[in-house]
Design a protein around this ligand. Structure first.
Ligand SMILES: *[C@@H]1O[C@H](CO)[C@@H](O)[C@H](O)[C@H]1NC(C)=O
Length: 255
């Protein structure tokens, strides 16, 4: 039945647009076509076109629905990405914080291990007799008298060095204690090996130059025999023969 109508419409020479519309509506059910009750061939074409428009409308409506869904999904997706990014950022911060804490613990452990090593090396002869007389160092003020070489060895074998006075402040901090203890004290300064060129023989070998505290007319290398520095508390430094028996001052850096 429909095929005949279609053929008639075709032969009748209706516009190709109308024909296309009829072609599109070829998928309509029989009932739909019958309810249209065509009165002429071109009416059929017009009805076909109307039906087609209706179908396009439905499809467009569906497309709108899909577009809305896509946009909703897009928003949901963006929200999830944002949430992920934020939680990633949080994780990163937590992670960085943990790394920082761990590094702090490592550095603390290293410091305390270093302190323990130093404590361990300080022999029984001096441990418990050290005084923190100036920030960053502790000192052993000897009661024994040795020549400079033996005094130096004594300090080293107890994990320390003969003291070096790096600044006026350090020297002044030590003075009252040394005055009270009485006597003169070997420091690590010497010009053994190169006359007139004093250096701190405390492991660093730094030149004695940033701070000096020589007494007037010293060093004089009297009789060509004076190569070691001793401290005369309250007066300053003098160079005297390294073989002399003197008290001495050991120092250990805490930093
Ligand atoms: C050695 O003496 C120098 C100069 O005073 C000082 O900078 C350094 O801390 C001293 N080192 C030790 C181990 O006493």
């Amino acid at each position: 039945m429909e095929i005949i109508i279609l053929l008639v419409a075709l032969l009748d020479g209706c516009s190709s647009r109308a024909l296309a519309a009829i072609h599109n509506s070829a998928y309509a059910s029989n009932q739909e076509f019958e309810s249209l009750s065509p009165s002429s061939n071109c009416d059929v074409a017009a009805l076909g076109e109307a039906l087609c428009d209706k179908r396009i409308e439905v499809v467009e409506e569906k497309l709108k629905g899909v577009a809305t869904l896509v946009s909703q999904n897009k928003q949901l997706c963006e929200f999830q990405i944002k949430a992920l990014r934020e939680s990633g950022e949080q994780q990163k911060q937590i992670c960085e914080h943990r790394i920082k804490e761990a590094n702090q613990q490592i550095s603390n452990a290293q410091k305390s291990a270093k302190t323990r090593t130093n404590e361990h090396q300080i022999g029984a002869a001096v441990s418990g007799k050290l005084s923190a007389l100036y920030p960053g160092s502790r000192y052993y003020v000897s009661t024994e008298k040795f020549n400079w070489y033996v005094a130096r060895k004594f300090c080293i074998s107890n994990g320390m060095q003969l003291a070096s006075f790096e600044s006026k402040a350090e020297s002044e901090a030590l003075t009252p204690v040394l005055v009270k203890a009485g006597g003169f004290f070997w420091l690590s300064g010497t010009d053994l090996g190169s006359e007139g060129k004093f250096y701190w023989d405390n492991g660093t070998g730094k030149d004695v130059k940033d701070f000096t505290n020589w007494r007037a007319k010293q060093p004089d290398n009297y009789q060509g025999k004076e190569h070691c520095i001793h401290e005369q508390p309250g007066y300053g430094w003098n160079d005297i023969p390294c073989e002399n028996q003197e008290k001495f001052l050991c120092e250990i850096n805490d930093s």
